[in-house]
Design a protein around this ligand. Structure first.
Ligand SMILES: Nc1ncnc2c1ncn2[C@@H]1O[C@H](COP(=O)(O)OP(=O)(O)OP(=O)(O)O)[C@@H](O)[C@H]1O
Length: 289
C-alpha cells in the first residue's frame, strides 16, 4: 500500500455546531468535534445518540443544514465531491453483494470511485490482501463468514485509498475472534498508510483498546472527549474528591457519569440496560447467505 502519511496540521475532520433534525427530533444538536490526522477516533453513544446521522452529514449523504463540517479543510456543504474523494465509508447496513465474489464486490467499488482501468486490478488485489481475503477472493460472498463479510466491506472502502475512513459499528454482531481480526486489519492499514479512522461503536472495551481518543455522544452532542485513560482518570479524581472509594472506573462508568440522570430518563436504560446489551439487538454475522 502507498505511504500517504499526513504531513499537514489541517485536521482530518472538524464539525462546528453541526445540527440535523428529522422533524421535531434533533438527531444532531450542536456537534463539536475535531479529529487529528492519522488517529483512530471513537464516537461512542447509545442507540439514538445521533452518531449515524452525524456520519451521514460528514459523508455528504445528508446535507449540513446548520453548522459546519470540514474534511481535510474541505467544506462538506460546498465541496461535496472533494469531500467524497477523501472518504471511505462502511455503513452499518450490508454493502456487499452476496451473489458476487469478493473480488467482484471490490471491483464494483473501484469503478464507482473512478479508479482507472489501468490501476484497477492492482488496487483491488491490494485492498483484498490488506484484509486477508486474497485466498477467498474468487468465492461468492454468500459463502463468507460474518467476519469475512465485514473485512470485504473494509476492502471495498479501502480500494479508493481514502484519507479518512468512516466505520459505523464495524464489529457489531461478530464473535470476539472476528472482532479482533477486523480491528487488527484496520490498525495494520492505518499504520501502513497514515489514514485517519473515525469509528462508531457500542463496545466500550474496543474503544478503550483501539481508539487513540474517544468522544461520548448523547442526545446529539458530545459530553466528553479525550483519551480513554484521561477520561477514566478524571472520573477517578472526581470520585476521590467526593470521598468515594470505588475501584478504577471503566469507560462505561465515564459515560454514565457525564450523561448524568438523562440516561435514566431516556438513555441506556430505556434502550435495554447498557452498551453490552445493545449489540444483541443487531446481528450482522449472518447477513449474507
Ligand atoms: N430517517 C429518520 N427519520 C426520522 N428519525 C430518524 C431517522 N434517522 C434517525 N432518526 C432519529 O434520530 C435520532 C438519532 O438517530 P441515529 O441513528 O443518528 O443515532 P445513532 O446514535 O446512530 O443510533 P444507533 O446506534 O442505533 O445507530 C434518533 O432519535 C432516531 O430515532
Amino acid at each position: 500500500m502507498t505511504d500517504v502519511r499526513e504531513t499537514t496540521a489541517v485536521p482530518a475532520l472538524v464539525c462546528e455546531g453541526l445540527r440535523y433534525a428529522f422533524g421535531e427530533t434533533k438527531a444532531v444538536d450542536g456537534l463539536e468535534l475535531s479529529v487529528r490526522p492519522g488517529e483512530v477516533f471513537g464516537l461512542l453513544g447509545p442507540n439514538g445518540a445521533g452518531k449515524t446521522t452525524a456520519i451521514r452529514c460528514i459523508t455528504t449523504l445528508l446535507p449540513v443544514p446548520a453548522g459546519m463540517v470540514r474534511v481535510f479543510g474541505h467544506d462538506a456543504a460546498k465541496e461535496r465531491m472533494a469531500v467524497r474523494r477523501l472518504l471511505g465509508y462502511v455503513p452499518q447496513q450490508l454493502s456487499a453483494d452476496a451473489g458476487l465474489t469478493g473480488r467482484e464486490n471490490v471491483e464494483l467499488f473501484a469503478r464507482v470511485f473512478d479508479v482507472t482501468r489501468r490501476e484497477r486490478a492492482a488496487r483491488v488485489a491490494r485492498a483484498l490482501e490488506a484484509v486477508d481475503l486474497t485466498a477467498a477472493a474468487d468465492r461468492l460472498a454468500k459463502t463468507y463468514s460474518g467476519g469475512m463479510v465485514r473485512r470485504l466491506e473494509l476492502a471495498q472502502a479501502l480500494v479508493s485509498a481514502p484519507r479518512l475512513l468512516m466505520l459505523d459499528e464495524p464489529t457489531i454482531g461478530l464473535d470476539p475472534i472476528a472482532r479482533t481480526s477486523v480491528w487488527e486489519h484496520i490498525n495494520a492499514v492505518r499504520t501502513a498508510t497514515g489514514m485517519t479512522v473515525l469509528v462508531t461503536t457500542h463496545y466500550m472495551d474496543e474503544a478503550d483498546q483501539y481508539c487513540d481518543r474517544v468522544a461520548l455522544m448523547h442526545r446529539g452532542r458530545i459530553h466528553a472527549l479525550g483519551t480513554s485513560e484521561e477520561l477514566r482518570s478524571e472520573l477517578a479524581d472526581r470520585r476521590r474528591a467526593e470521598g468515594k472509594t470505588d475501584p478504577d472506573p471503566t469507560l462505561e462508568d465515564v459515560f454514565r457519569d457525564v450523561a448524568g440522570s438523562g440516561l435514566d430518563e431516556q438513555g441506556l436504560d430505556e434502550q435495554g440496560g447498557d452498551f453490552r446489551d445493545v449489540r444483541s439487538t443487531r446481528r450482522t454475522a449472518s447477513r449474507v447467505g
